[in-house]
Design a binder for this molecule. Structure first.
Ligand code: FRU
Length: 412
């Protein structure tokens, strides 16, 4: 599997769809797998929700609950859950070589799906137009999707999920050396205030801060048509920046590890919670990682808010409160301190937090896997609090209250 897709809380159940190859352990035959949970931690796998065909792969996308039956796919009393996904057209299709946005709907809470006969609903004739994330805005719908190779997020609006009108585009901006993929746009509270800002997540591959796949974000404003970032500094569209380049480091990164990609949020989480999942992997080596222990896993579900710093806002991430507190190991690291996590080294020195998985366990399956990841801790405090989640083949580090995270696969 790869990207989380169609994340939604519906009728008391969390639904996780995901990019899945139902018949092989490498990427291909892209379809939507399906799993559900009532606590975000224990997941039950279900039959494939959306199957590829000979001429069409089902790429990433999102789900919404169409409570007003704006699509007409259900009835006022029995409205549908609607999936908005990218069709990647293969040889044999008249649209071969292009990607366009399509709909499918379910009237039984996600078990059975019907594809909309009028598909695609949004086609620009483009080869790299994908990954629609749709959300309610006012009495209509907003879609963010990417023109991946142009490093642009495109914003469209619709009254009914079927008819779409172009609104605006954003980018290239900040890290732009690779394809932009899997965007998300949502409003978040600023902790300790009654204010909120909008956050645009932009996953990109390659060109991430730790090499290969990564996720950056922009904090700003959204008026229903245009996303306006609070700050844009130099953009690397014409060159790949080195991993130590101060410009690359000055962008806002969701995670500083190697394995946190395709980060997107759940629709309709209760109590206004904003919960995300990332795919814990990296396209540099995803098709080579060991098959035992977890060829592909998701990050722990993380709840987000914003924290205000002197120079702007920063995302804060915490593992969801459903995770038992004793699942996390706490450390206070003073400068020069180093802790071993089953052979991997977590170290804090001179304001820099690093996670070193070199030489730990199975790490020679790909030449780019054996690396050390690092992040500057804002304010370079003399000591930093870290919470660490270790699982069968992963380490997730939440530092400085969750304003710095480092997520890595480690095949101990
Ligand atoms: C990101 C991605 C998406 C695409 C999907 C295909 O990992 O490349 O852009 O929709 O995976 O599996």
């Amino acid at each position: 599997m790869n990207d989380p897709n169609g994340l939604i809380h519906y009728a008391g159940t969390w639904h996780m769809f995901y990019q899945s190859n139902p018949s092989d352990s490498n990427w291909g035959n892209m379809s939507w797998g399906h799993a559900t949970s009532t606590d975000l931690l224990t997941w039950t796998e279900h039959p494939v929700a959306l199957w590829h065909t000979d001429t069409e792969q089902i790429y990433s996308g999102s789900c919404v609950f169409d409570a007003t039956n704006s699509t007409g796919f259900g009835t006022a009393d029995w409205p549908p859950v609607v999936a908005i996904y990218t069709a990647n057209y293969l040889p044999g299709s008249p649209r071969h070589g292009t990607q366009a946005q399509c709909l499918a709907y379910s009237l039984d809470g996600g078990s059975h799906w019907t594809t909309y006969p009028g598909n695609p609903v949004l086609d620009r004739g483009s080869a790299n137009f994908r990954d629609p994330k749709v959300f309610r805005y006012g009495d209509g719908w907003v879609m963010v999707a990417v023109e991946a190779e142009d490093q642009q997020v495109l914003i469209y609006r619709s009254p009914d999920l079927i008819n779409w009108t172009y609104a605006s585009s954003f980018g290239p901006a900040h890290a732009a050396a690779g394809a932009w993929e899997c965007p998300d746009l949502f409003e978040l509270p600023v902790t300790g205030t009654d204010r909120s800002r909008w956050v645009l997540l932009v996953n990109l591959n390659p060109g991430g801060v730790a090499g290969g796949s990564g996720c950056q974000y922009f904090v700003g404003d959204f008026d229903g048509v245009t996303f306006t970032p609070d700050r844009v500094i130099g953009t690397s569209v014409d060159r790949a920046l080195g991993l130590d380049d101060p410009l690359l480091r000055s962008y806002d990164w969701f995670d500083f590890g190697r394995d946190c990609y395709a980060v997107v949020s759940f629709a309709d989480a209760p109590q206004g919670r904003r919960i995300v999942l990332g795919w814990m992997n990296n396209w540099e080596y995803a098709n080579d990682v060991p098959l035992t222990g977890g060829r592909s896993i998701m990050t722990v579900p993380r709840e987000l808010d914003l924290v205000q710093f002197e120079d702007g806002y920063r995302l804060r991430q915490r593992p969801v409160r459903e995770l038992p507190a004793d699942a996390l190991v706490h450390h206070t690291l003073r400068s020069g301190d180093r802790v071993s996590i089953r052979g991997a080294a977590l170290e804090y020195r001179g304001g820099v937090l690093s996670l070193d998985r070199r030489g730990v366990g199975i790490d020679q399956f790909h030449e780019t896997f054996s690396t050390r990841q690092w992040a500057e801790v804002p304010g370079e405090p003399t000591a930093v609090q870290v919470d660490v989640l270790v699982d069968t083949c992963s380490i997730e580090v939440f530092a400085a209250g969750g304003t710095v995270t480092i997520s890595d696969l480690v095949f101990f």
